[in-house]
Unconditional design. Sequence first.
Lengths: 355, 355
Amino acid sequence: MAVTISDVARAAGVSRGAVSLALNGHAGVGNQTRQRILNTAKTLGWTPSLRAKSLRSAKAYALGLVIAREAKLLGSDPFFPSFIAGVEMTLEKHDYTLVLTVATEPGAEERSYRKLADGGRVDGVILSDVRHDDSRIALLSGLGLPAVTLNRPDTPSPFPAVCMDDAVGITAAVEHLMSLGHTRIAHVGGEQAYLHGRSRRRAWGNALTAAGLDADLFAEADFTAPGGVAATARLLARKNRPTAIVYANDLMATAGQSYAQAHGLNVPGDLSVTGYDNAQFARYLNPPLTTIAADPLAWGREAAAMLLGQVKGTHDGGDLVLRPPRLVLRGSTAVVPKHVAAVAEDRSQISTAGI
Amino acid sequence: MAVTISDVARAAGVSRGAVSLALNGHAGVGNQTRQRILNTAKTLGWTPSLRAKSLRSAKAYALGLVIAREAKLLGSDPFFPSFIAGVEMTLEKHDYTLVLTVATEPGAEERSYRKLADGGRVDGVILSDVRHDDSRIALLSGLGLPAVTLNRPDTPSPFPAVCMDDAVGITAAVEHLMSLGHTRIAHVGGEQAYLHGRSRRRAWGNALTAAGLDADLFAEADFTAPGGVAATARLLARKNRPTAIVYANDLMATAGQSYAQAHGLNVPGDLSVTGYDNAQFARYLNPPLTTIAADPLAWGREAAAMLLGQVKGTHDGGDLVLRPPRLVLRGSTAVVPKHVAAVAEDRSQISTAGI
DNA sequence: GTGATTCACTAGATCGATTTAGTAGCCGTC
DNA sequence: GACGGCTACTAAATCGATCTAGTGAATCAC
């Protein structure tokens, strides 16, 4: 920090320009002079000032991530920490760092993006938790800030996307439950304002209708444990209660499973349950939770790589599709209870007869 | 970004210096000139270039946090996301941002600190997960980087600390268990290289010996679920198995409880269990987990505030002690099983007689 | 009424690196 | 031996803000 390029120049008896050329491996200095400069730089313990570099090159050497979450919800989200670890895996190979902003209040999100963009604190941002008709797309293109989105927005977006299809996992979960004889399969979804809330619901609905079943047992929640409890309570209070519930994340599944057990239902004997995320605690629940394992680490790694490419102008602009999450079978799913199966059998005969 | 202070100066018909004075509210420009400058700046949409400011003021306007964790462990830690949210609560009020680095490999940690310090990317760092004889203290003072530590290191440290005493909660947990009649109370600790691993163990031991009980049922683990399982297995395999286990975090408690149940033990009927962290899922376990609720949000908020004070030279150098975590009673703890209580009674009589 | 002081403002240096334009010296060539 | 072309380097501008020194004009004191 204290030692600058001028100090090196003086010590080596050359001009600042020569030092710059030597240190950056550019042509224009003779070999012995270059060596002398390199040696003195090393001896003096010179390190480049990122601040000077930034000003000169009009680059921040940093990428941004804005997380919009209520503060108290953040601790229970298994996604972001792993995702960020993935981002770092890419960044540590380059001379970039991650600037993280948490927007805990609704209005704070836009302010956060402006804060990152205005002063030129970052060279680009990763857009996560994409929402239906997401206003941030327009905001960022207005700000002229390069970006990469996690999954493709449902509005026209100038930014490339790194995609991980959550439909595949949900479809697998529903099909798994159907193969166990379930016909009344409910879904507790996250906020439908989020694209991943929507796509999970859609996948659930499609899998059911493709099998000729009704997709009517839906309850919207908010990805939180209390929300999961409330949604589960609504579903179980129905006259035609589900025999299986596909939750949009592990936290809601955990809370829902706990609620069902507290009300005398055996899981999976009376009710099968699946989650999403494969949180580490999920396999230690009682029963262990059948869930869907995504790969947030890879997602972070690739998103950062794509954004770097975007910033450096080497990215071609195309989307990248990652390997989809896979179903992890554990003890929270089992064959449909016999008496229910019998009833379902009756019904299906009746409905078949009715056609 | 495109519009600079020179543009404003030209448009307002004054010098760059005058614009700077006006925009920063310094004396030296007349009132009407100041207004004119402010207006033109607003009209042109000028925002200060953080890069130029940084170079000029030799400040980064950013604080750093290095998280050293294996990538796959990060998703299950309820501490950091909340902690970071707390840090942001403080930073968003100032013109600072958080630069986050994740060091997933052992050697990467020092590199991370150097990366933050060398280029002058941050003005200070928060030192978390303080270890016994922590080498980072010397590293950071060598680098001349201001810092704040979470809890006071056990080596002389020039940095102020924000402290949250985890002994209080553990002591409360042990006393709670003793009040339920337990005498064979084990502890599954985290790595003893961490100060919070040590202090929790010490608190457990002290509480037991203060009550005249032996603190011999200790098993070291690593804060992970598999580690919790292994440690629990070792404890339960002892001839004189514990009737209660105090775990150093919720994840290990969850895994341990699950292991005990899988091996035919009723929790809390045969074995009482307590955790630490009050992770959101903990109250939805079966049974709900008795645990210790810290306040990582407040910790982050105060640590950031202290570091900012440190950086700006307004901090007095003293430590700050936050309110200690509190015990949250749930269903995983209950009175000691009768037959065990009888045996314990016998023993205590014998040992008393032996004195 | 003259010297001192204050006010409002400007010119230019500065932070640390990169880059452009230019120069001195050397070699080769016709 | 004059010129072109090359290498190895230097001086100075540049990025965008801030800070220092200084200037001209107005005001004040005695």
